[in-house]
Design a binder for this molecule. Structure first.
Ligand code: 57M
Length: 370
């Protein structure tokens, strides 16, 4: 089955334009996942790029500016008042492009939107409370975790009950090992989604630091979704074939496009931050992509930067508590450590991007290396 056959697509644009294919054969291209991925990415990119200045102006007018923690690195104090909650724009671009270009009869499309918009709403609430309280604290960690868990469990259940979805877990580098988690898969999916969302959120502490690796991870999963959703290629590469997951390729392209458009404004020196509304949503989205494409564990490598940042916090906080105030790093998450060592902000950011690209390449090699 090739990508043309599988997508008796039901996108809005498809409905509008495909009937014309009898008159103009060029409209046949709407059936191809590859074609729709390219234009869906461009749509998301252009929405962020073109609406960015207007959104930044509106956020500034509404005084949606960042409160900076006093105990952070000094260089961050000058960032006070930078408009935040730019993630609203990312969410808008992702939703519009998804509705326009993706096959709306595909179950996975709705699960992806549920998590992305659901986590965006949790983040929005968190950012909003932060603005009302006029300090760098929004929802309590407990409430945030609770809401994230509810949404991720709903997604886990929906994925579990998706037609033809199996509960085997792919272990990178070990083709012969794929444990079947049965019902436990729902809990596993929940952990992947919640964990990734929080890890991306922790990473989002320097200009473009989360946006860059999000683009890299999305492009990497774009490839995995395409090959894993294509029965012949999946068979050839001996990876899990997930019926209908080819459509997720388009969603990954959309994530990458939206982040790229946002990065135009979020790159150093940032004109806007994404806020929790963006960070939680993007993390939840890529976590869900990893589950649906059955490349769950691989996300630890593809999103290695997010993992390293989260681990730095876990170790720092653990060590801090166990030793009554001693530290492993000058400050966690890890990017603060390098800042306090005197690295210029862009140097930390770009070096983290370079590592993310390296990790993505190693991840792609798992298609052959096992
Ligand atoms: C949110 N938020 C940024 C912006 C962004 C457990 C603990 C380690 C948690 C952690 C924490 O709260 N992390 C989550 C991190 C904040 O950015 C906002 O938050 C959104 C993402 N959620 O979109 O709206 C600041 O980050 C900077 N920033 C940029 N450019 C960007 O594009 O420069 C963000 C985006 C912004 C801006 O300055 O204000 C944040 O860092 O607050 N807590 C921490 O990270 C704190 N770490 C800490 O306390 N470490 C301790 C250990 C023992 C827990 C230690 O190592 O000693 C530090 N964070 C800050 N100051 N700001 C501590 C000091």
């Amino acid at each position: 089955m090739d990508d043309k056959q599988r997508t008796t697509a039901n996108t809005m644009l498809y409905h509008l334009l495909y009937p014309l294919h009898t008159k103009l054969s060029v409209f046949n291209v709407f059936r191809y996942i590859t074609f729709r991925t390219i234009y869906a990415s461009l749509t998301a990119f252009l929405i962020c790029f073109l609406l960015g200045p207007w959104v930044i102006r509106k956020l500034t007018e509404m005084q949606i500016g960042q409160y900076i923690q006093e105990d952070g690195p000094e260089t961050h104090h000058q960032k006070a008042g930078t408009p935040t909650m730019g993630g609203i724009l990312i969410l808008f671009a992702v939703t519009v492009s998804t509705l326009f270009w993706m096959n709306l009869t595909n179950w996975y499309v709705w699960i992806l939107l549920l998590v992305t918009i659901g986590y965006g709403a949790v983040g929005f609430f968190d950012d909003y409370l932060m603005l009302i309280k006029k300090r760098n604290k929004g929802l309590s960690a407990r409430n945030k975790f609770l809401l994230q868990t509810v949404i991720a469990t709903a997604a886990g259940l929906l994925i579990y009950f998706s037609p033809n979805f199996n509960t085997l877990v792919t272990v990178p580098f070990f083709k012969m090992i794929s444990p079947d988690l049965g019902w436990g898969y729902i809990l596993f999916a929940m952990l992947v989604i919640v964990g990734t969302s929080n890890a991306v959120n922790l990473t989002d502490g320097l200009d473009g630091l989360a946006t860059g690796p999000m683009i890299i991870a999305s492009v990497t999963y774009m490839l995995f979704a395409y090959v894993g959703g294509h029965v012949k290629i999946a068979d050839y590469l001996q990876i899990s074939y997930v019926v209908g997951s080819g459509e997720v390729t388009i969603f990954c392209g959309i994530l990458a496009g939206a982040c790229l458009g946002f990065l135009w404004f979020n790159t150093y020196p940032a004109q806007v931050f994404m806020g929790d509304v963006g960070a939680l949503a993007l993390g939840g989205a890529i976590g869900t992509v990893a589950v649906i494409t059955k490349q769950e564990i691989l996300l630890m490598l593809v999103g290695g930067i997010f993992v390293i940042e989260a681990l730095s916090v876990i170790f720092q906080v653990g060590f801090f508590k166990m030793t009554n105030g001693r530290r492993i790093f000058r400050m966690a998450p890890l990017h603060h450590h390098f800042e306090l060592k005197g690295w210029a902000e862009p140097k930390v950011i770009v070096r983290f991007w370079i590592i993310a690209i390296g990790l993505a390449l190693i991840s792609i090699s798992t298609l052959k290396l096992r």
